[in-house]
Design a protein around this ligand. Structure first.
Ligand code: SF4
Ligand code: SF3
Length: 549
């Protein structure tokens, strides 16, 4: 195996024996082969699309396959094997689609190069053998760190976009041009032009552009289904009673679980990136959605261990379940772990409910503690006048957007220290799970405007961008000229596509940590520094002094 797609990659260079995330070599190799297979599918789908024929089964399969290979989603070789077999059928369908499109358009089908000729191997052994010949390590050897790294940057960006597209699709929002881009970009990666650095850089920015569109679609899907998030005080300590904990990012899974648990005497809690769900009118209306339990994904061993109920993982980030809770954790959607019970597409959560009823639940109320969530674009815009006035009056000196993923590295304390050191006349905007480093702390307010504004999940990055654009509009300047410092933490591929969107928007001077991606080659890093003045985080003191200078 060779995998360097996430921030915790072994030694900062690549996981080669076993993933730090828990991904074993078999799973890693099957994921690589699945990606190779969808590149083959995309070669046909892209060309068919250009001739006016698309197929939603093919489109959705490609998106799901990409999301499946995101860090901490699918660790189950058996499910990956099934997906690869399905890819074998889908590639034949894509080939037919292309042939039909050519026939309709009076064109002769092109003879396409690999991986268009890919066929699903008949056994897992053969799949694993084939995976060796298409490994990233091989490409690194042949193409070098800049070209191979840029190709992977595009692929990881696409994986992130696919995650957001999948969430939007689940809520009924899809777009032909987005699917067409997935095929175009995957096809691009198989073509000789994908060895030219400038062409590769242009494609990475295009991934960022499409991601902006997808994030807008997701924002639309979430808000039209569950209403706009509204500022909400949420309980972060348990109450007495049977309990289910929901982690991941999927709003619809939570909604369906809430429906199925209504009146059953079970309290439902959010975990990790599900915290912002407590601010949606369509979700918080359920009285038995009582609050949030725990923090970010990397603390799940400790937190799930002591949670006295059932646990549901709706998307990333799952870690190897401990024996102590393996019989009461469930996966659904694309998430999978061998021997962990999976709730299928019928979304019948009865096994989760039974496990919750069989577990002891919380025996007493803990001391009540609350935090504020729900400062999405709609809520922030509704007080925009107040905010702009406060900036003009010098009461708000600067905004700090401290957002992104959390993770296990000790260096991530930087984000806590930075948030704590931000002066009292500055406002902190935050989103994604990195906020757990500081969201339980007391920040107070500036003339009634809370100093810590939680915009939501990483899935709500569109909301953060809209807030920045609205502020820039109000001050008649560009986003780069706003009194705004952007300090990002990344962990996996969703953060990659958000970063690409910010670069596509021309945002400069961002700080990125806790370490730079291993897949960014030295020359590509120079391009990023020269063009966007992006820099690694240093110390909270130094970065703060620079921001306030
Ligand atoms: Fe390693 Fe991250 Fe890949 Fe897991 S996803 S194998 S931790 S680089
Ligand atoms: Fe990233 Fe797993 Fe938290 Fe959604 S998704 S932010 S790490």
């Amino acid at each position: 195996m060779f995998c360097y797609q996430c921030e915790q990659t072994a030694g900062g260079t690549g996981c080669v024996k076993m993933g730090v995330c828990g991904k074993n070599p078999e799973t890693a190799d099957l994921q690589d082969l699945l990606i190779y297979a969808i590149e083959g599918i995309a070669k046909y789908a892209h060309r068919a699309g250009k001739l006016g024929l698309q197929d939603r089964t093919i489109d959705r399969f490609v998106v799901e396959a990409l999301f499946t290979t995101v860090t901490n989603v699918n660790f189950d070789p058996a499910r990956l094997e099934t997906l690869i077999q399905r890819a074998g059928k889908i590639i034949a369908e894509a080939q037919n689609l292309y042939k039909n499109a050519c026939k309709k358009g009076g064109k002769t089908p092109e003879v396409l190069s690999s991986p268009a000729d890919w066929k699903a191997p008949s056994s897992r052994e053969q799949m694993l053998a084939e995976a060796q010949s298409i490994s990233i390590a091989k490409r690194l050897e042949v193409l070098g760190p800049d070209v191979a790294g840029l190709q992977e940057l595009i692929l990881y960006g696409l994986k992130g976009v696919a995650a957001y597209a999948d969430h939007a699709m689940i809520l009924g929002v899809e777009d032909d041009s987005v699917y067409a881009f997935f095929h175009e970009a995957l096809d691009f990666l198989t073509e000789p032009q994908a060895e030219d650095v400038d062409t590769l850089v242009a494609m990475t920015l295009k991934v960022g552009e499409i991601n902006l569109k997808v994030m807008e679609m997701l924002d639309q899907a979430n808000t039209q289904t569950y209403g706009h998030p509204e500022p909400t005080s949420v309980r972060v300590t348990p109450v007495k009673g049977k309990a289910i904990l929901v982690s991941g990012h999927d709003l619809k899974d939570l909604y369906m679980l809430l429906q199925q648990t209504e009146g059953k005497g079970i309290n439902v809690y959010t975990h990790g990136e599900m915290l912002p769900c407590l601010a949606y009118p369509g979700l918080k209306k359920f009285k038995h959605l009582v609050g949030n339990f725990g923090t970010a994904w990397q603390n799940q061993h400790k937190e799930f261990d002591v949670f006295p109920g059932a646990i549901l993982m709706t998307t990333n980030c799952i870690q190897r379940p401990k024996e102590s809770y393996k019989n009461r954790i469930f996966t659904t959607g694309l998430v999978a772990w061998p021997d962990v019970r999976h709730i299928g597409e019928d979304k019948d959560f009865s096994p989760v409910i039974q496990a919750a009823l069989a577990a002891p639940g919380f025996t007493a109320d803990a001391e009540e503690k609350r935090i504020m969530v729900g400062f999405g674009r709609n809520a922030v815009m509704s007080v925009a006048d107040k905010v702009i006035e406060a900036v003009k009056a010098g009461k708000i000196r600067r905004f700090f957007l401290i957002g992104g993923c959390d993770g296990a590295k000790p260096g991530r304390n930087y984000y806590t220290e930075l948030a704590q050191s931000v002066p009292d006349d500055c406002v902190i905007l935050t989103l994604a799970c990195g906020k757990y480093r500081f969201n339980m702390l007391e920040f107070g307010d500036i003339g009634g405007i809370p100093r810590l504004l939680d915009i939501g999940q990483c899935n709500d990055a569109y909301s953060a961008i809209q807030i920045a654009v609205a502020l820039a509009g109000a001050f008649n300047c560009g986003v780069n000229d706003l009194p705004l410092s952007i300090v990002l933490s990344w962990y996996e591929q969703k953060a990659v596509c958000i970063l690409l969107t910010l670069l596509h928007l021309g945002i400069k001077n961002m700080k990125l940590g806790p370490s730079l991606p291993a897949f960014i080659g030295p020359n590509v890093l120079n391009v990023l520094v020269e063009k966007f003045n992006i820099a690694p985080i240093s110390t909270p003191e130094k970065d703060l002094a620079e921001a306030l200078a």
